[in-house]
Design a protein around this ligand. Structure first.
Ligand code: GTP
Ligand code: MG
Length: 217
């Protein structure tokens, strides 16, 4: 069997790192929370979104990237983010915090509604330049993640795996999970061929992810 390598993304050079640092240290604002496709803001700028299972660390990652602790709400309660939350990054980019999938501590009807919205958004947003699919380093890729990846394949939305909570995994265990992720990614044509490993808690991987976002044309 041949598996694609899916190497870790290179760390940015000094110039790219500094440009990205400046972008994220500049103007970042909450724009709006959206509960229906008709409420999406105009698709007039580069957009990236953060998708992943409930509790994987989407909101924490946005807070860590922007250095604003309370920007995206983060909590211990899975299913906390229930709307599609738009943030403006400078004048030319949107960062989008999505509701988690896979489990939500909420009534079934409500879950059904926001999962449907999530799928509509992921498959139908013209300016969505890249979807970051977050994978908990302790857990690897689960069946629900593969479902989302398949949806992104079908919609031809490039997605990149961002591994979260790396600080929670022993160094000796890390490669095993990374290889499980690589094996799963090799089946998805829309997968971007590099992985980013992060810890919002420790700040690992943040300059790399910032410069990926800043560098998207
Ligand atoms: P939903 O909105 O419910 O889908 O969750 P989410 O993916 O936005 O997760 P959130 O950022 O709310 O984080 C969930 C929990 O994980 C919180 O208790 C965070 O403090 C914790 N967490 C997030 N990132 C990290 C990390 O890098 N390291 C550690 N140790 N904990 C983290
Ligand atoms: Mg959240």
């Amino acid at each position: 069997m041949t598996t694609l390598p899916f190497p870790l993304a290179d760390e940015p050079g000094d110039d790219a790192r500094e440009a990205a640092r400046k972008l994220f240290a500049g103007e970042v604002d909450f724009l709006k929370g959206v509960v229906g496709m008709q409420h999406l803001p105009p698709d007039d700028r580069v957009e990236v979104c953060f998708a992943g299972r409930s509790n994987v660390g989407k909101s924490s990652l946005i807070n860590a990237l922007t250095g604003r602790k309370g920007l995206a709400r983060a909590s211990n309660t899975p299913g906390r983010t229930q709307e599609i939350n738009f943030f403006t990054l400078g004048a030319e980019r949107y960062l989008v915090d999505l509701p988690g999938y896979g489990f939500a501590n909420a009534p079934v009807a409500v879950v059904g509604k926001w999962q449907a919205l999530l799928k509509q958004y992921l498959s139908g947003r013209a300016n969505l330049r890249r979807a970051f699919v977050l994978i908990d380093h302790r857990h690897g890729v689960k069946a629900v993640d593969e479902e989302i990846m398949t949806l992104l394949d079908k919609s031809a939305v490039t997605f990149q795996v961002v591994v979260t909570k790396a600080d929670k995994v022993k160094e000796t265990e890390r490669d095993k999970i990374l290889n499980q992720i690589r094996e799963k990614l090799s089946k998805h044509p829309a997968a971007y061929p590099e992985i980013v490993v992060t810890s919002s808690e420790k700040g690992w991987g943040l300059p790399t992810l910032r410069s990926i976002i800043a560098g998207l044309p």
